[in-house]
Write a protein that binds this ligand. Sequence first.
Ligand code: SF4
Ligand code: SF4
Length: 251
Amino acid sequence: MVVVAGNLTGTVLSGMEDQKTSVEAILDGLGMERARIALVGQTHVYSASLSAVTATPTTVFRKLRPTRFEPVACVRAMIYSAVDALQEQTVAVRPAARLPVGLPFGDVCIDSKACTLCMACVAACPTEALRDGGNVPQIRFQEESCVQCGLCQAACPEKAIRLVPRMVFDRQARRAVRCLNLAEPVGCVVCGRPFAVAAMVDRVAQRLANHWMYQSDAAKRRLRMCSDCRVQDFIRENGRPDQKTPFPDEH
Ligand code: SF4
Ligand code: SF4
């Protein structure tokens, strides 16, 4: 029950209503009554849009064990603690609750057919919720660290990322680091050394298909070489940079 004071502005009150809606979604997922959260006050004080403000709470619920929380600076950590405390006293009816867009809890889904494992999303993630796979071409993800900021989605050149705001009730599942996409590295066509993933090499070849520099078979093949072999091959065919023939627009 949240007691609403009479001097709050409409913006603050509507923010409180939004938060109440989120708490209701979490209570739903935990199999608890939605009416456990109520904004309580004098309805005539507030605008008509604040339908959730009720004069008095009427329902009596099964008593929950009070839980003590250590004060922490991070509001998200506090909310997770509260959800964990509730979860310990009930049997969740769903593994997760869907939340309204904009809340800082949730999942990231990657379309593995579109993703080239370029790692732009990993570089953009401010919380390290997205991580690379070290020596393996892989994207890994820890849901508990994701604040749904959308930076990864904005950074993805393939539009392969979808955000799913939700609250996962199982603490271990939230903290687990899972693989969102993985690919076998491909080897250089000259030396065989793994240097990229097939999807990325194919996408680069596709994008350069009409470029004047990549019309010959030799130039197309060079796209499938590692950086060392590519330079050596280029010099073998065109001479050293100080002996190079000028580009068409340098005449
Ligand atoms: S930015 Fe997009 S394409 Fe690149 S690794 Fe991330 S999801 Fe895949
Ligand atoms: S939404 Fe933000 S925090 Fe979550 S994975 Fe993407 S960049 Fe990281």
